[in-house]
Design a protein around this ligand. Structure first.
Ligand code: HEM
Ligand SMILES: *[C@@H]1O[C@H](CO)[C@@H](O)[C@H](O)[C@H]1NC(C)=O
Ligand SMILES: *[C@@H]1O[C@H](CO)[C@@H](O)[C@H](O)[C@H]1NC(C)=O
Ligand SMILES: *[C@@H]1O[C@H](CO)[C@@H](O)[C@H](O)[C@H]1NC(C)=O
Ligand SMILES: *[C@@H]1O[C@H](CO)[C@@H](O)[C@H](O)[C@H]1NC(C)=O
Ligand SMILES: *[C@@H]1O[C@H](CO)[C@@H](O)[C@H](O)[C@H]1NC(C)=O
Length: 381
């Protein structure tokens, strides 16, 4: 019988499908939602990730072909000052919607990020926050999507999505618990400056990075009852503390000391200084050992109230790097996509193969959450 409740659900689903953006993530959707949405999307077969740059020398990257421009209406920016800046200089599409290959090319060309870390970070973020059918990722959230509820999922994806990649205790962005996990926060940046003054004579360097990382962890423990600091956030938090040093310091200086005017330009305005040269040689999380040593805490989190930090022995840590990868695939990805088929399965398996390229050289063994299906001619999803 066609009850009004049923009719409402059908209409709500139809509105939802109509409003669903091509870059919205399918992660965590029910079978019903996938059945409604996947057929409306055009499958863009994933392209192979680019290899390393052939020329990794420092060079002018704030050049005539890549001028900074202010945001146009609808342009999306998010929690990552690196990607925000690449979009505002046209290394990425200025609207903030990009493919994984565009992101890898941009971080390599614009900042000299090392190839395997670029691959690892990009495919990890893309698999949980991007749309694997259309091959698009939002570097922030959404602009105009307002889905009905139910059956809308809590989010349409993008890098603002909390807990699968974005996480707590960021240097210049607040914790999700406090309501805004992606915009530049002046109070937090003031603390960044204060720590740079106290421990770096006015510059952000690795000594400051370790002090500030420890401070942000302690602040989250003391104020955020939902504070979570387990893999993958555990790793990205320490790694990201080194990025301003490795990527925001002009490649001709290369002295690991970041001045505050340049820092504000990147963190707040997504802007490179005039005449900016990228790093001299490709870099990743160089210096992470020093940050981790100076700000060490075992992975864990608060358990529903402040000051209740409890170690989580099941999380990957620095002694179990490959577990970062295997848990991410077998728990996170598999949990978000428990039974994919057709083009969705094809897209997931292909992107999982690309993700593995980011850890292969670290000696990790590939894991396959969906049996060992490489590619069967996809007809359904
Ligand atoms: C390779 C692709 C990349 C992806 C997918 C990515 C993604 C992200 C995400 C999701 C965050 C938020 C994490 C959080 O604080 O909760 C973040 C933070 C950050 N990213 Fe990226 N990122 C990438 C490359 C880069 C590059 C090339 C740079 C530097 C040039 C960079 C610099 C940073 C910094 C400094 C933060 C920390 C911000 C803060 O703590 O306030 N990222 N990134
Ligand atoms: C490096 O050079 C090779 C050979 O010319 C080329 O195929 C490859 O695309 C280049 N790599 C990049 C990242 O441009
Ligand atoms: C910025 O962060 C501070 C400190 O966590 C917080 O009190 C404040 O509400 C945040 N500001 C905004 C605009 O979110
Ligand atoms: C950071 O700057 C301070 C003050 O100049 C200096 O004592 C410290 O050695 C620097 N640390 C690094 C890693 O450059
Ligand atoms: C980059 O580093 C190399 C090797 O240390 C050096 O010869 C070169 O001059 C540096 N390039 C720039 C632009 O500083
Ligand atoms: C998956 O299948 C490919 C192709 O049949 C094979 O080469 C590979 O060894 C298999 N891997 C595992 C882990 O079974």
């Amino acid at each position: 019988m066609l009850t009004s409740g049923f009719l409402y659900a059908v209409l709500a689903l139809a509105t939802y499908v109509q409003a669903f953006p091509a870059f919205g993530s399918l992660a965590g959707m029910t079978r019903e939602q996938l059945d409604a949405i996947v057929p409306t999307l055009k499958y863009a077969k994933p392209q192979n990730p680019p290899g390393p740059l052939n020329d990794t020398s420092a060079k002018l990257v704030n050049d005539a072909a890549h001028p900074w421009k202010p945001l146009a209406p609808g342009d999306i920016r998010g929690p990552c000052p690196g990607l925000n800046t690449l979009a505002s200089h046209g290394y990425l599409p200025r609207n903030g919607i990009a493919t994984p290959v565009q992101i890898i090319n941009a971080v390599q060309e614009g900042f000299n990020m090392e190839n395997t870390i670029a691959i690892l970070v990009t495919y990890a973020a893309f698999l949980v926050d991007g749309n694997v059918i259309t091959n698009l990722l939002s570097i922030g959230g959404k602009t105009s999507f307002t889905g009905p509820n139910p059956p809308a999922p809590a989010t349409v994806g993008g890098l603002n999505t909390h807990a699968v990649f974005e996480g707590d205790a960021s240097m210049t962005r607040g914790d999700f618990f406090f309501g805004d996990n992606h915009d530049f926060n002046e109070t937090l940046f003031d603390q960044f400056v204060d720590f740079s003054n106290r421990f770096g004579a006015g510059k952000y360097n690795l000594t400051v990075a370790a002090k500030l990382r420890a401070q942000r962890i302690q602040q989250s423990i003391a104020t955020n009852p939902t504070f979570s600091f387990v893999s993958p956030r555990y790793f990205t938090a320490y790694a990201e503390s080194t990025f301003p040093i490795n990527f925001f310091v002009d490649g001709r200086r290369n002295d690991g000391q970041l001045d505050m005017t340049t820092a504000r330009g990147f963190f707040q305005n997504s802007r490179m200084p005039d005449g900016f040269f990228r790093a001299n040689g490709s870099k990743g999380a160089d210096g992470i050992d020093q940050v981790a040593a100076g700000a060490f805490i075992a992975p864990g989190g608060n358990v529903g109230k402040v000051n209740s930090y409890t170690v989580d022995p099941t999380s990957a840590d620095f002694n179990h790097f490959c577990q970062l990868y295997t848990d991410f695939v077998q728990k996170t990805i598999f949990g978000l996509y428990p039974s994919p088929s057709g083009v969705l399965l094809d897209a997931l398996n292909t992107n999982l193969n690309f993700l593995f390229l980011g850890v292969q050289s670290s000696g990790c063994t590939q894991v396959f959450p969906y049996a060992n299906l490489t590619s069967t001619a996809p007809t359904k999803y």
